[in-house]
Ligand binder design. Structure first.
Ligand code: NAD
Length: 283
């Protein structure tokens, strides 16, 4: 029987610890707060923002949205961002990306205080994650994959992992988080040869390529643990992952669905990171 790794139980499991951490911070007089910074009003950003605000409300953690017009110029936005970053009662900042083309995203990413960089966007955070410095924040999505594997009791030490995708948002930081837990990680990408065989031989396969249903039964075996990070819309307008779920799920040991898998955990990770940031900033 295949175990379906749903996200909701992971979020519920995390809630208990988050509530304890929040209570401990409040005992010290610290009130954690997230700033959500959004330029324009892309439907995807608005959907994620609604989910994040709902999660934070459910956890009784403060969150405030700072919205800027799509046509804002770089200097004005950079000045406003610096002000938000400096607010003493803001402990974490989520900035929706990509920013509109007229804004210099790389420059903005470097402006954030690494201790407030709860979605791991700055190169300083990446350097910390890649060097194994635990004070550095990885982006929320790879961290959510780790929470999911932990919740479902998937051991990482000594296991072979194939990560499909090498973006700085998912694939690469995830490989580092897994390496930190003593997994042996192979990162696959568009130029990888024999990717199906590499994935089939791995104990754990994480699909983060952004290609609808690309992981077919040829990529898995009966012992595979498959985590699907992909969020795609197929040719029929249906939401689907990077894994051909219907064909693959009966063949593997564990699999996460899309929707209702990793995506349901990311806002809980965001909250976890805000509490960690509040503790670090007051430490
Ligand atoms: P990206 O486009 O930045 O990176 C995709 C990576 O996959 C690249 O490194 C590319 O080389 C690799 N790739 C593409 N096609 C491939 C193929 N056929 N074979 C092997 N490798 C291939 O995307 P991203 O931002 O890393 O996101 C990946 C997926 O995860 C997307 O579907 C995205 O929507 C989804 N995502 C989900 C969440 C979540 O909360 N669940 C968050 C962020 C991204």
């Amino acid at each position: 029987m295949t175990t379906i790794m749903k996200g909701a139980p992971v979020a519920a499991w995390m809630k208990e610890t988050l509530e304890e951490e929040l209570a401990a911070l409040r005992r010290k007089g610290i009130e954690p707060r997230l700033a959500v910074v959004r330029v324009g009003a892309r439907p995807d950003d608005l959907a994620y923002e609604r989910g994040a605000l709902k999660r934070f409300e459910g956890l009784d953690i403060g969150a405030q949205v700072f919205e800027f017009p799509e046509n804002i110029d770089h200097e004005t936005f950079a000045a406003a961002f610096a002000k938000i970053d400096a607010l003493p009662d803001v402990h974490g900042i989520l900035l929706f990306r990509p920013l509109p083309g007229r804004l210099d995203e790389d420059a903005i990413k470097k402006m954030i205080d690494p201790l407030k960089d709860v979605d791991g966007m700055s190169p300083f955070s990446a350097a910390k994650v890649f060097s194994g410095d635990e004070s550095g924040f990885a982006p929320c999505t790879p961290s959510a994959v780790m929470e999911m594997l932990d919740h479902y009791g998937v051991e990482l030490a000594g296991r072979n992992v194939a990560v499909v995708g090498r973006s700085m948002v998912v694939g690469r930081p995830l490989a580092m988080l897994m390496l930190r837990r003593n997994a042996t990680v192979t990162i696959c990408h568009t130029k990888t040869k024999n990717m199906d065989a590499i994935c089939k031989n791995a104990d754990i396969v994480v699909a983060a390529a952004g290609k609808a249903r690309m992981l077919s039964p040829a990529f898995v075996s009966g012992r595979s643990v498959v985590v699907d990070v992909g969020i795609n819309v197929d040719e029929n307008g249906q939401l689907c992952g990077d894994v051909d779920y219907d064909a693959v799920s009966p063949l593997v040991s564990m699999i996460s669905p899309v929707p209702g898998g990793v995506g349901a955990v990311t806002t809980s990770v965001l909250a976890k990171h805000v509490l960690k940031a509040a503790a670090l900033l007051n430490g």
